[in-house]
Write a protein that binds this ligand. Structure first.
Ligand SMILES: Nc1ncnc2c1ncn2[C@@H]1O[C@H](COP(=O)(O)OP(=O)(O)OP(=O)(O)O)[C@@H](O)[C@H]1O
Ligand SMILES: [Mg+2]
Ligand SMILES: [Mg+2]
Length: 288
């Protein structure tokens, strides 16, 4: 579906979308005048293109004192894909691997071979962002999707040489390109060595903490397993301890670490009757 929609779009449409992309941090709905100026497309032509894109649900038009445009999730995803394509980083889009509330995940062919393209649908806000008050209210929701993608990409970059996560290849708009892991979610497999796996997971979480990252949504759904190993995925909500400025923020990060570990340990208890003292482990990690 995405590939088909992608093929229909022409140069003029991409240029007009460039005009929206470049200005979406400054305007919730980017005025046509600005889109025309920055894309080098005459205003009446830009307006025609925008109307077509709006009919195709790729952008949202809004008439206030001026006519303005913003992306939809679909429009931003196609646009982000195009940024990868025109840099020759992604050469072919493959099958949809999944779509949920938070993301749409595709298989693709990239410069590095087969890979995964994850389009972010949801916006998370980091501590730092909460501090930047300007953010709230006057940003379009698609800007927050871009931030989620950036946050995931940054977390993967910080972790990938030391922790078992997919290698991050690139970030464009709301899309993150990463290594394809041929493995199943933890909840779908029956482990033969659950205690060993849990111990390994705990050591990896400790390593993440040392590298300054708290996953924030750790569960049997966000861990991939195959006979060769274990991988952690899904980092848009990850917390970067380097962005923390106050004691209260640090306490919140610690609570999130505690929640992550408690969730996972209770999954292993219920599924495999593996008993581990979650509180003790959290305290140990906090000290390391
Ligand atoms: N690098 C990868 N390699 C292989 N499969 C992946 C990879 N990244 C994501 N997936 C697959 O896509 C699914 C969704 O990815 P992810 O957990 O990152 O997104 P999500 O935001 O949780 O989406 P959802 O809306 O389903 O919660 C994963 O459960 C997994 O099956
Ligand atoms: Mg997930
Ligand atoms: Mg998720």
């Amino acid at each position: 579906m995405l590939a088909e929609r992608f093929r229909k779009l022409r140069g003029l449409a991409w240029r007009v979308m460039d005009g929206i992309f470049e200005n979406m941090w400054d305007y919730k709905y980017v005025p046509i005048e600005i889109i025309a100026r920055d894309s080098g497309v005459e205003e009446h032509k830009a307006e025609k293109v925008l109307k077509t894109l709006s009919n195709e649900k790729l952008i949202e038009l809004k008439q206030t004192e001026y006519l303005g445009a913003a992306f939809t999730f679909l429009g931003l995803s196609l646009y982000s894909l195009n940024r990868f394509v025109r840099k020759n980083i992604v050469t072919m889009l493959g099958e949809k691997m999944g779509e949920g509330k938070e993301s749409m995940v595709y298989n693709c062919i990239s410069k590095w071979g087969e890979a995964v393209l994850k389009f972010h649908k949801v916006g998370y806000t980091s501590f730092k962002r909460v501090r930047e008050k300007r953010d709230y209210g006057d940003l379009h929701y698609t800007v927050l999707m871009i931030r989620s993608a950036k946050n995931e990409f940054n977390a993967l970059k910080k972790l990938h040489s030391k922790v078992s996560v997919p290698k991050p290849y690139g970030w464009e708009g709301n899309a993150v390109l990463m290594e394809l892991i041929d493995a199943k979610e933890l909840y779908k497999v029956r482990l033969e060595n659950p205690k060993e796996v849990l111990d390994y997971i705990i050591e990896e979480v400790r390593e993440m903490w040392k590298l300054g990252i708290v996953h924030g949504d750790l569960s049997q759904f966000n861990i991939l397993v195959n006979p060769e190993g274990i991988w952690f995925i899904d980092f848009p909500q990850a917390i970067d301890l380097n962005e923390i400025e106050t004691d209260e923020e640090l306490r919140m990060a610690e609570e999130i670490l505690r929640r992550d570990l408690t969730n996972l340990i209770s999954y292993f208890r219920k599924t495999y009757r593996v008993e581990v003292d979650a509180d003790r482990i959290v305290e140990e990690i906090l000290k390391s």
